[in-house]
Ligand binder design. Structure first.
Ligand SMILES: [Ca+2]
Length: 278
């Protein structure tokens, strides 16, 4: 966790700290030097040391503020779920993937619901394409969308009140999409080729009809979602099996449930996945 936090202290933050440190430092020295000079004092060194000590404290405070901000955004959600307790057109989780352009995508998640109607698991939109990568249950099928193209996969044993693992893979060169439902593969079908480009907004629990919004209550998710990972490559069948069976697997390199960068908007709760009876 500590290493993750340090990792997210970027060059920009270092630059920010130094600018905000040196500018007041020199202002403090110059103003005190002028004051001491006009007062006929010959010991400006005292003021220089005062400025230095004071601003060292300021620098430490700023550094802790940056660290505090970062640690609030990144959480290890191992053993936790997002609970979507109500049908709304507002409640969702905004994910912050670490990259923008994709030549391939794999998204895996586990869900638990009793909804019979359409519902959205994952929605990734760019300013040009609100269905850049979308996974939803629609008309009793699992429908992956890539760059507004859609493939319908039916015939699954999608029982209510059970956990189900769904992984979706897509490659921009072949244009092939495939889903894995509870470890069972669909056929591989052509959907669309060419990369996903532009600023992405990734959301759990709602379908974006605009970039970051435009939600439809009748496509909202109600229930629990967990173990969301995103990779910028297609996972092998073995890796998907390891994910599905909750064995050791390589966590998402774009978005990782055990170090998740996210924000909750409206009524979504973080709860323990396993309710233990004592
Ligand atoms: Ca919609």
């Amino acid at each position: 966790m500590w290493m993750d936090m340090i990792h997210f202290i970027t060059l920009k933050d270092v630059y920010f700290l130094n600018i905000y440190y040196f500018l007041p430092y020199f202002t403090c020295i110059v103003s005190n030097f002028s004051l001491s000079h006009s007062a006929g004092l010959s010991v400006p060194l005292f003021y220089v040391m005062l400025c230095f000590t004071f601003l060292q404290q300021m620098k430490l405070l700023l550094f802790l503020m940056v660290m505090g901000t970062v640690s609030a955004e990144i959480q290890d959600l191992s053993g936790k779920v997002f609970t979507f307790p109500r049908e709304t057109d507002t409640a969702h989780v905004r994910l912050n993937p670490i990259k923008q352009d994709y030549n391939a995508v794999t998204v895996c998640h586990r869900s638990f619901t009793d909804l019979k109607r359409d519902h959205t698991f994952f929605s990734l939109a760019t300013p040009f394409d609100t269905s850049a990568f979308l996974i939803l249950w629609q008309n009793q099928e699992i429908d992956p969308h890539v760059k507004s193209e859609r493939v319908e996969y039916g015939g699954w044993d999608y029982k209510p009140n059970m956990w189900h693992s769904i992984c979706t893979t897509w490659d921009s060169v072949t244009g092939l999409v495939q889903i894995w439902f509870d470890g069972l593969p669909s056929i591989r079908r052509f959907i669309i080729s060419g990369s996903i480009t532009g600023t992405v907004k990734a959301i759990l629990g709602q379908d974006q009809d605009t970039h970051g919004g435009g939600f439809d209550i009748h496509q909202s998710f109600v229930g629990m979602l967990t173990d969301v990972h995103i990779w910028d490559y297609t996972l092998s069948p073995c890796e998907i099996r390891h994910y599905t069976e909750e064995m050791h697997f390589t966590t998402g390199n774009v978005l990782n449930w055990s170090a998740l960068d996210f924000e909750i908007i409206d009524n979504v709760l973080i709860e323990n996945r396993f309710q233990i009876c004592h």
